[in-house]
Design a binder for this molecule. Structure first.
Ligand SMILES: [Zn+2]
Length: 145
């Protein structure tokens, strides 16, 4: 083989390694963005949970905290539908939200917060299923609009 061919093969190898490295770095950056967003949601969750424990039940502030929790859940559903959350993390969160007790609590919170029927649509879709279900089975995942 002549030197020119070796140089071309070497250049091709370097370019291939560069492209693969770039794709791996992009994939890792996307995963980190999903984890960062999940971290923000966790932080919001604990703030709301602290308020729910601290504020007198039945007070307007407590009702507002329940409303903030519903908003958080709705935001998480929307983010999950768009692929902005790490799938493993969201599957755990959704499994918890899809438990019988959690779905029943959502229904109680929607009433207590006097949430209009055209709000929290993804949360309502998930809650409307009569049994615990996975994210793959959740009607909120495929809801149009
Ligand atoms: Zn669901």
């Amino acid at each position: 083989m002549n030197t020119g061919l070796w140089i071309e093969i070497g250049t091709l190898l370097v370019a291939t390694v560069g492209v693969v490295g770039g794709l791996l770095a992009l994939r890792q950056a996307n995963r980190q963005r999903r984890l960062d967003l999940g971290g923000l949601y966790l932080q919001r969750y604990w703030e709301i949970d602290d308020d729910l424990l601290r504020l007198p039940k039945g007070s307007p502030e407590h009702t507002r905290a329940r409303h903030r929790y519903l908003r958080l859940c709705e935001d998480e559903f929307e983010a999950a539908r768009r692929g902005w959350l790490e799938p493993d993390q969201w599957n755990v969160w959704h499994a918890w939200l899809a438990e019988d007790a959690a779905r029943a609590q959502v229904d109680v919170d929607l009433i207590a917060c006097k949430a209009p029927v055209d709000r929290f649509l993804l949360l309502r879709e998930c809650s409307s299923v009569s049994a615990q279900h996975s994210w793959k089975e959740c009607p909120a995942r495929v809801r149009v609009g």
